[in-house]
Design a protein around this ligand. Structure first.
Ligand code: SF4
Length: 115
């Protein structure tokens, strides 16, 4: 089920981007790098300042504020939306990593046969 506010924000951002492209311009984040979604918070903080010069910043901000599911990683509209604990695309292996093997158990493969 779509959210009318999210749909409106997406349409407004798309129209603004299209308008920029028609004028042969692009937003600062379209610089061919992935710095707006860099793993480094310091890099994201630095590029977030570049959003100040973006003519579609308000629309980008509105889009990010209404997106569903919520955006939890990267810089949008000058705001770093990265969650404190990055879970995006990461498989949580901690239950496996923290498991202590029970070395008192044997399997039939562990038994040495005297035959
Ligand atoms: S405001 Fe949005 S579109 Fe503009 S540079 Fe920042 S992230 Fe890119």
């Amino acid at each position: 089920m779509s959210d009318p506010d999210a749909d409106d924000a997406m349409r407004a951002l798309s129209a603004a981007l299209l308008s920029m492209l028609e004028q042969d311009t692009t937003p600062p984040c379209a610089d061919g790098t992935d710095r707006w979604t860099d793993d480094s918070a310091a890099v994201r903080a630095k590029v977030a300042l570049r959003c100040d010069d973006c003519p579609i910043r308000e629309r980008c901000h509105d889009f990010a504020n209404t997106a569903r599911p919520p955006i939890t990683f990267g810089v949008y509209g000058g705001t770093d939306r990265t969650a404190t604990t990055k879970r995006h695309g990461v498989v949580d292996l901690s239950p496996v990593a923290n498991a202590t093997p029970d070395l008192t158990q044997t399997t039939t493969d562990d038994r040495v046969s005297d035959d």
